[in-house]
Design a protein around this ligand. Structure first.
Ligand SMILES: Cc1ncc(COP(=O)(O)O)c(C=O)c1O
Length: 413
């Protein structure tokens, strides 16, 4: 599925044609979709695979002994194996299907309830999405553990790693952090962070919501214990996500939810558990979602994630550089190395005004706190505007974005 090494660079503008939704006018202009950090659009291949599954193969998985159930089970388990190869997990047994990143992170937090005690600590960063903060706050409340934070340096949006070892040494049991910040675009040094944690026996959790569809991921090379991502942020359907967990850890963890599929045997007064990953997948899963995600992973790898990372990173760097001379603008996140998104505030204009202005020009942006309220509070703003890119965006779209932001600044300035 990988493109050959000597493959020519993808024709990004032509790839747009794979995404039917992009072929429309919004407010009299061709749609420019720059809200990919929230969710991405789906290529025809993914949409077709969902339709095909429902038209030909739909049945419940694992329990049936009829032809359709065999086919649905085979498709669901093939998606699991594909997810394992997508992130280079050791085996499909290390892949748990979830509703998305949020559910994956909550699953770990729930399972670790019996492992933490008062005085233990959970380490996160100041750039967390609420999905990688609130579950740990709840875990800390349940167990009496403390929540500690790796600071963010300032508007340049880097992690201040000078005190990392000292923080980790404060009885930290779990260290959770994002691979790419959804608000700042920072790409964190995951392998280095995991290496520090491992030396002190700390379990690591990587929030890969913003990275899985953009960067190649090798969980073994990264050395993480858990990694979570969402299908809908990587050209796949909503309602399906992946939690990778190291097999030895999964085997010793308590289940998350009870119900069908996750049991080995049930008595009236007690039950025993299925093996991982089924122990963590109670009830009927999103089978069609897994099928669609499988197609999305194939689609992305046929293009090549290194090429996608180069492409949307370059669009973001160009945007950052060209917005820098807009009067009254304040740009967030690193200038050089960044993932495919740019956050900014504009003096005198609320982000919702900026987004509305852009919408009139057919450009979809996002304005708000992007689920990182504590980060913005620290940086002294309540909300920003975010442009987030994906493989179907083009330099011509950046031109139109920059033009609209200049006009917005003039209007409000
Ligand atoms: C960094 C990060 N983590 C977690 C999430 C939550 O993802 P989901 O809503 O798909 O569970 C998001 C969504 O925007 C995100 O950007």
């Amino acid at each position: 599925m990988k493109p050959p090494l000597d493959a020519p660079a993808p024709d990004w503008a032509a790839l747009r044609a794979d995404f039917p939704i992009l072929d429309q006018m919004v407010n009299g202009h061709p749609l420019i979709y720059l809200d990919n950090g929230a969710t991405t659009q789906k290529p025809r291949a993914v949409i077709d695979s969902l339709v095909r599954y429902y038209e030909r193969d739909n049945a419940n998985v694992h329990r049936g002994v009829h032809a359709l159930s065999y086919r649905a089970t085979a498709a669901y388990e093939a998606a699991r194996a594909r997810a394992a190869s997508f992130i280079r997990a050791g085996s499909p047994e290390e892949i748990i299907f979830t509703r998305g990143t949020t559910e994956g992170l909550n699953l770990i937090a729930y399972a670790f309830t019996s492992r933490l005690k008062p005085g233990d600590a959970i380490l996160v960063t100041e750039m967390e999405h609420h999905s990688n903060l609130v579950p740990w706050q709840l875990l800390a409340e349940r167990t009496g553990a403390n929540l500690l934070f790796v600071p963010v340096t300032g508007d340049d949006g880097l992690l201040d790693l000078g005190g990392l070892d000292a923080l980790l040494a404060r009885n930290v049991k779990l260290f959770a952090f994002p691979q790419i910040s959804n608000s700042l675009g920072t790409i964190n040094p995951v392998a280095e962070l995991c290496a520090h944690a491992r030396r002190l026996g700390v379990t690591t959790v990587v929030d890969a919501a913003q990275s899985a569809g953009h960067l190649p991921i090798d969980v073994q090379a990264l050395g993480c214990d858990f990694l979570a991502f969402s299908g809908h942020k990587m050209a796949g359907p909503t309602g399906i996500g992946v939690l990778y967990g190291r097999h030895a850890l999964l085997e010793t963890m308590a289940p998350f939810q009870g119900g069908g599929e996750m049991i080995a045997s049930v008595q009236f007064d007690h039950s025993t558990w299925n093996k991982a990953p089924h122990k963590f997948e109670a009830g009927t899963p999103d089978i069609a979602g897994a099928v669609g995600l499988h197609t999305a992973m194939d689609y992305l790898d046929a293009i090549g994630r290194p090429a996608i990372a180069t492409h949307d990173g370059q669009l973001a760097r160009d945007t950052y550089a060209r917005l820098a001379d807009v009067p009254g603008i304040r740009l967030f996140g690193p200038r050089a190395e960044r993932g495919g998104l740019v956050s900014f505030s504009l003096a005198g204009a609320h982000p919702h005004d900026v987004v509305t202005f852009a919408d009139q020009a057919g450009i979809a942006l996002r304005g708000g706190h992007h689920c990182t309220q504590p980060l913005w509070r620290k940086l002294g703003v309540t909300a920003t505007t975010r442009a987030s890119f994906y493989l179907y965006n083009t330099p011509a779209e950046v031109d139109r974005l920059v033009d609209v932001i200049h006009r917005t600044a003039k209007f409000f300035g």
